[in-house]
Every structure is written in C-alpha cells, then in structure tokens.
Design a protein around this ligand. Structure first.
Ligand SMILES: Cc1cc2nc3c(=O)[nH]c(=O)nc-3n(C[C@H](O)[C@H](O)[C@H](O)COP(=O)(O)O)c2cc1C
Ligand code: SF4
Length: 622
C-alpha cells in the first residue's frame, strides 16, 4: 500500500508538472489522489500554499467532486453505474453479490480500508450495462462470473493496473452509420479544405481533396469563409440546447479580445447517453479536426477537451492522437504550413459532477474551481474561460463542423429537415435486441429507430435522458428533430414489462444527487421530489403528494439557477401524464384532494418564467 510519504513525493512532481497553476487545481487534486485513493490533509495544505489559495478554498474544490475524497475511501473503490438501464440489466443483485463476497456493507469502507462498494450516476455504458468503475476505470458487461472474478482480484490485492485487459474491454456497438460514422476523413483534410473554401469555380476547390492535401497552393479564403459555411449549414449544437453553431462562433469571433478559446464538451453526463464515448474512442481525429476548424474560424490559439472522469480509459489514447497530430503539423505553430495559424489542445479530466456539463460550470471546473454554473449573461462567447471569449460545443457538433468544413454548408443543409439539418447520433439502450449508437438524418421517426434496434412490445421511450421527454406508444410516429423531439442523444427503450414509476423515481434520485446545491430551490426541491417518490414507492403517498409535484415544478422552473433545476421534474411530470395508473396504484387514498391540473401547472410555469420551453429539455438561452 502506498504511504503518506509516497503521496508527498508525488505531490511535488504533480505540482511541478502543472506549474502549480490554480487553473489546474482539479487536475492536481485528481492526480495526487491516485496512489492512495484519497487526499491527505497535509497534501491539501501543501497544494493550497503552492497554488496560493486559502486552504478552505482547495478543500472546497475537492469536496465538490464525487470522485475526489478527503477521507480514506478504500484502496479499491468500486462504483456501480446506477442508471435505470443498469438496474434493468440486474446491477443491484450484482452489487449485493460483490458486497457479500467481500464481506462489506454498501456505502461503507471496509475496516482494513481495502475496499468500498457504492453506486454512482450513469457511467455512459448503457449499451453494455450493467457497468461499474473501479478506481475510475470502467468495467462493462457485468455478469455473476465477472463479479466473482473482480471479487477475487480485490481479495488477492492485485493492483488494478495488473488486472487482465479483457476485464476492461469496451465495445463500440456502432449499429448504423451515416455521414459522421461513415466518414473516411484523413487527418488535416478538413483544415486544409476550410482554408481554401469558397473557390467552388476552381478545380483546386475543396471538392478535390488531393490537391489541397499537397499544400496551400491556391488562394486562401480565411476564417470569414469558414464561418459562412458553418452558418449556411444551419448546424445546431448537439449537446441539448440546440443553439445555432454559426452564430455562436461568429459572436465569439466578433468579441474584442487578445485571446479566444475553443472548448469541447465531452462531459456526457446525461444518463443513457454514450455516443460521445464512441466518437472519442473511434473518431478522435474528426473531433480534434472540428476543434481546429473552429479555432481557425474564431481566432483561438488554445483549446480544451473536457473529458468526463468516467471516461478515464480514453485519456491516454486521446493524448496519443494529440501527440500524433502535433508531429504531423496539425496542432502547434504553423498548422498545415500556414505560418500565423497556431492552436493546441489540452485535455482536462472531470471528477464526477453531472452539472459540469453545463457550459459555464464546465468553464469554472476548467479554471480549477467548483463546478457551479455562472450567472448569465455574460455568456461564454464574450466572457468564458478566464473571462476571454470562449466557444463551448459538444463532441458531435465538432465532428459535424469538420465535415462541413470539408464538404460545404449547402451539402450539409441538404440532409435532414429544413429546421434540423444534418444527422443525429442516438445512444440506444434498454429493451431492444441491438443496443448501440445509430446515426440518422434528422426527421427519422421513433418507430423506425425502434424497428432498427429490434425493440418489441415497447411501452415508452425516454428521449434525451432524464432532462428530456418520455413518450408513449401513441407518439412513436413523432420525429427526432429540434422541431419535434429534440435530443442530446439518449434513446432509452422500455417494454411493457417495465414500471414507468420506477423509471421516474430513478431519475428523481439522479437529480437530487447531482444538484450542486448552489441555489436553495434546486437543492431542496430535488430532495423533496426524491422523497415524495420514495414515499409513493413505499405505498404511503396520497393525492396531496401528487399535487405537491406540480407545485415543486413551479418552484424549480421559476427560481432555479440552471437547466438542471429547470428540468428536474420533467421525468415525473411526463410519466404522471402518460402513465398515471402507475402512480395511482400506489396511493393510500385518493379521495381527499382533486387531482392537480398538470397542463395548467406547466402553463403557469411558462407564464412565471417567461420561457416557452419551461418543462422542456435544457432550453437554456446561450
Ligand atoms: C445540467 C446540464 C448538463 C449538461 N451536460 C452537457 C453535456 O454533458 N454535454 C454537452 O455537450 N452539453 C451539455 N449541456 C449543454 C451545455 O450547457 C451547452 O449547451 C453545450 O455544451 C453547447 O454545445 P452545443 O452548442 O454544441 O450543443 C448541459 C446543460 C445542462 C444544463
Ligand atoms: S439549479 Fe441546481 S444544479 Fe443548477 S446551480 Fe442551482 S443548485 Fe446547482
């Protein structure tokens, strides 16, 4: 077992490597924690002195993130993914089996400080559930045999780095390819194409890749032409809010500043979403290419990829891709031979906080702080990372941008629907024969997706995760599109055997757990909602409790600080509206109060907030 002095030695090395910069505080804490699984008080003191922050601030940052520990948490820290999909695949009996084999109680550290076993929010493995993390490393496709194997490795105290590689094998499960997943873009293609964009009359135009691969031998069009193509494509962000990418980039470019930043949001914390995991594992060049195109368009010299802690396994491969791109002249100074084009990318690893997917919270985290969403305005495009203009885009958005740079905005706009151009990658999980990622032109019906993934007797689909919408069979003719069913990607299938109340209860627990606690309405409201659902589950609820849910929604809609609070009641309201018997069958008594008017409550929420999208997915202005 590593000792305290081991941590001290590592501390000096880590601090030196990160130049003891405050902006790297989360990275420093994460790395210092690695040998022992927790951060000693004396390490916090040394770090505080080195980064010149009050000790309480450093402790406050460490205390914010689920994966950072200020007390011993076990040499082996096992966390089962607790999404409803994992539960449906049998995660809880497997958790109990592991606890029994290791003679420990869930949520507690064993007396010898060897191991702890608990749950965590969705780890992004819905296509190969149930899954767990051990010391941050993902293990999917759990079975009783695999659990017994893991228990043996822990009992024999085999260091995690020496566990057999097959334990950690993760499938990509690409089930349907379209323009992104079928692309054969070579590193540098999109960057060179975008520099030459606009000469469609020329034989040297971007439609002739061979010539521009050889160098910038034709007139360069510049960032304005790149921006123009992105605007013509009508690309909208794939992270949930659906803001127009071209407008975002233009606002950033137009903001007066000495420096600008490009940030890729790879936090992918929405339960049921895992398409960014596959894009980063298999299409990293496309992602980095898109970021580099964005840097060219907005005039940025520095970029960050914010990778969720649950995707720790992707860190080293992604760093290798970055290194390869640097040696190929696709990052660094003089990119693609253009002397004044400089751009490079760093990867920051998150430490377990869903709210850090919200772009301003993500920027706070990138700056080494607690991931609390900022007051907006100002928006990141004018005041983002270190108060400099910053664009934050989803992984998939950058992939689409790279293809647009290569093939043009008009080409892209011809795919999909007029208001939702291009394609959307769905993360399909739950009750279907072929879970995995599916790329479709926008406008595909839910029925088509259900058919393709081999779903039968489907009762409901949760589109876009807990913060999205739950639809029943009468709505399967609806289309995946911003104008109908917008989605960040999750597509969770529930067949007729499933209890939709339990689905909503799982999501209520998720929001209560992930509320960052900054604002009282969300901190208290999400906890009240969770407690109400537990009360109903225990068969102790009444109509009064159902009515309370409508009131809670009003409170959360009107006074929450960010999208997490705004959407926290969605899953309960949706299922209450469509699957009311699942709730009513649990009531002790129904005669005391009239049922609340759900549509009226939503209308009041809209009137109170002035937001048409109150009760809709994220719906944040940017
Ligand atoms: C609570 C919360 C969590 C979010 N999580 C993510 C996420 O994991 N990935 C993501 O791309 N966007 C997420 N978003 C949306 C981001 O704030 C932002 O809109 C997005 O990264 C912008 O990129 P886009 O324009 O390419 O969609 C989240 C928003 C909220 C309110
Ligand atoms: S709404 Fe919730 S998650 Fe968002 S800032 Fe407030 S407490 Fe934090």
């Amino acid at each position: 077992m590593a000792t305290g002095s081991h941590q001290t030695n590592r501390l000096d090395e880590v601090l030196a490597r990160y130049s003891a910069a405050r902006t790297n505080l989360v990275q420093i804490l994460r790395e210092v924690q690695e040998p022992e699984g927790w951060i000693r008080p004396e390490a916090i003191t040394t770090i505080a002195q080195a980064v010149q922050l009050p000790r309480a601030r450093v402790e406050g940052v460490a205390g914010f993130y689920s994966f950072l520990h200020l007390a011993p948490a076990g040499r082996y820290r096992v966390r089962f993914s607790d999404n409803i999909i994992d539960r449906m695949a049998g995660s809880l009996p497997l958790l109990e089996r592991l606890c029994a084999q290791l003679w420990i109680e869930r949520g507690k550290v064993s007396e010898d400080h060897l191991v702890s076993v608990d749950t965590t929010s969705c780890t992004g493995m819905g296509d190969q559930a149930p899954a767990l993390l051990v010391n941050g490393w993902a293990i999917p496709k759990l079975t009783e045999q695999r659990i017994d194997h893991i228990a043996g490795l822990i009992r024999d105290m085999v260091p995690v780095e020496n566990w057999p590689a097959e334990v950690f094998a993760i499938d990509d499960n690409i089930c349907r390819r379209d323009i992104i997943l079928a692309s054969s873009l070579q590193p540098g293609d999109a960057i060179r194409a975008t520099m030459l964009r606009g000469r469609s009359d020329s034989p040297e135009s971007a439609s002739n890749p061979r010539s521009w691969r050889e160098g910038l031998d034709v007139a360069e069009q510049g960032p304005a032409a790149t921006l123009d193509e992105i605007k013509r494509s009508k690309l909208r962000g794939r992270g949930g809010a659906g803001f127009t990418t071209g407008l975002k980039w233009e606002a950033c470019r137009n903001a007066r500043a000495a420096q600008r930043y490009v940030v890729c949001n790879a936090d992918e914390g929405e339960p049921g979403t895992f398409k960014d995991r596959v894009l980063l594992a298999r299409y990293a060049d496309l992602v980095f290419e898109g970021m580099t195109v964005a840097a060219y368009a907005v005039g940025a010299t520095k970029g960050f990829l914010y990778l969720r802690g649950e995707y720790r396994h992707l860190l080293a491969p992604l760093q290798q891709v970055l290194a390869r791109r640097r040696s190929a002249g696709l990052l660094g100074h003089g990119i693609c031979g253009k002397a004044d084009f400089e751009f490079d990318i760093d990867i920051h690893l998150g430490a377990g906080a869903y709210v850090c997917g919200e772009e301003s919270a993500l920027i706070e985290s990138l700056e080494g702080k607690r991931g609390v969403p900022r007051n907006r305005p100002p928006y990141p495009v004018t005041s983002g990372y270190l108060k400099f203009p910053t664009i934050v885009n989803n992984v998939e958005t950058f992939c689409a941008a790279a293809l647009i740079a290569l093939k043009g905005g008009d080409w892209y706009a011809s795919i999909g629907t007029p208001r939702s151009t291009g394609t959307k990658i769905l993360s399909v999980s739950g009750d279907c024969a072929r879970p995995g990622i599916y790329e479709y032109p926008f406008g595909v019906t839910v029925t088509q997706v259900l058919h393709d993934c081999g779903a039968e007797f489907t009762q409901a689909v949760q589109v876009s995760g807990p913060s999205g919408i739950c639809i029943d069979a009468s709505e399967f003719g609806r289309r995946i599109a911003f104008e109908d069913l917008p989605t960040a990607g999750a597509f969770m299938v529930f067949d007729e055997s499933r209890d939709l109340f339990e689905v909503a209860r799982n999501f209520a627990h998720f929001f209560a757990h992930e509320s960052c606690g900054f604002c009282t309405p969300c901190r208290v409201g999400t906890a009240l909602l969770r407690n109400l659902m537990d009360k109903l589950a225990a068969g102790k609820g009444s109509q009064h409790d159902l009515n309370q849910i409508g009131e809670l929604n009003l409170l959360l809609q009107a006074s929450s600080h960010c999208g997490l609070g705004h959407t926290a009641c969605n899953p309960v309201l949706d299922t209450l509206k469509r699957f009311r018997p699942a709730y009513e069958s649990r009531l002790v008594s129904m005669q005391y109060e009239p049922a609340f008017d759900l549509d009226g409550a939503l209308a009041r929420a809209r009137a109170m907030t002035g937001r048409d999208d109150a009760g809709a997915h994220f719906g944040e202005a940017e």
